[in-house]
Design a protein. Sequence first.
Length: 186
Amino acid sequence: MDTQFDLNSYFEHNEQAIQYILSRQVNEESTFDILDTEKSKMNKRVALKEKQRQMKVGEIWQVCLGNYKDCIDLKIGHETGLDIMSHTRKFAVELKNRTNTDNASSKKSNLDKLAKFKLEHPDYTCIYGNINADTEQKTRQTPSKKIIHNGMEIEHQVGIGFLTFILGSDTDAIVDFIRNSIDKYT
């Protein structure tokens, strides 16, 4: 890379992106159900708001990880269907905010994309990456593990181990930055 990575510029750029993502309009009307009551409609609105917040947080992670040093945010619609790539470090990532984000068929589809990429690019490490596990301890301590899918080796990385793989010694500073920026703009 020609230019030196500057963490302060990274923070400035990503703060603008986080503010934009969090300020976007969302649908506040839940779907109709013939059994709705005032109580159930209120609960559905709360659940919808939280689901939309979680989706925005997932997008924020993709932007922040995909703009770190030599990483590329592949955005929506990239030919690989994947989320983040580094040609310098030779890895490709399918990113999920939680270990339970994908149901079985979605997970299979995502592993299929990673296996296809690995077949076409055997020198790349293909990663199914989860930011969070279901507990704090698992998020902090889950080691990466190898998965064989369609005959291809894929790494499943979770939590701090995954973030440290991408962000190295900047992990804590970037996690704090993202946390504080989300808090600031919500």
